[in-house]
Design a protein around this ligand. Structure first.
Ligand SMILES: C[S@@+](CC[C@H](N)C(=O)[O-])C[C@H]1O[C@@H](n2cnc3c(N)ncnc32)[C@H](O)[C@@H]1O
Length: 177
């Protein structure tokens, strides 16, 4: 039997969420996608400056129990279920380098690259040409490997901002298609 380590509550908005929010607030356009919506905090925020917003999460229970309720929620890996292209895609990735995926909200697998790679692979088709993908990673993962991989996928990726916390440095990446 497959092990199920999923939480039943959403990842509560935290330092990384608020750090991303500071940059998301500056964005506007027609369509935006929040991959790994969790509590819905960022998805709801996107709704203030984008006309059409979709949120996805791999955890159905989390989507059912969101504290920041939004429309257009889809349960899937990354954005596997979506064909449409968006002006902006955001993802506060599960980026922690871990040997196993015990908590899907935070654990990124080997080098903190394994799960982010899956999400990038899934999401690439949903970024409009000229559109932007903002994603969060950290000094607790091999973030350079993730940036290099984004470049390999044809995205023009760079570090947009860093924020030092007590135990890690948050690293926000901007990737343009
Ligand atoms: C760090 S939490 C971020 C939650 C919220 N966006 C925020 O910023 O507070 C990561 C979220 O991604 C979801 N997630 C993990 N792996 C995923 C995958 N492969 N596809 C879609 N969502 C995933 C988790 O369930 C979790 O809700």
């Amino acid at each position: 039997m497959q092990k199920k380590f999923y939480r039943t509550e959403a990842y509560l908005p935290a330092e990384d969420t608020f750090f991303m929010a500071d940059y998301i607030e500056k964005e506007s356009g027609l369509s935006a996608l929040d991959v790994g919506s969790g509590s819905g905090y960022l998805t709801k925020l996107l709704g203030q400056t984008f006309s059409f917003v979709v949120g996805t999460d791999i955890d159905f229970d989390v989507l059912k129990n969101q504290s920041y309720k939004t429309k257009n929620l889809i349960c899937c890996n990354g954005s596997d279920a979506l064909q449409s292209e968006f002006d902006l895609v955001v993802c506060n990735l599960p980026y922690l380098a871990t040997d196993e995926i015990l908590d899907i909200a935070t654990d990124g697998g080997a080098e903190g690259f394994e799960v982010p790679k899956k999400i990038l692979d899934s999401t690439l088709k949903n970024i409009k040409t000229g559109g932007k993908f903002l994603f969060m990673t950290s000094s607790l993962s091999n973030y350079q490997k993730l940036i290099d991989y984004a470049q390999e996928l044809g995205l023009s990726a760079k570090i947009l901002a860093r924020k030092k916390l007590f135990f890690e440095e948050l690293i926000l990446i901007e990737a343009i298609k």
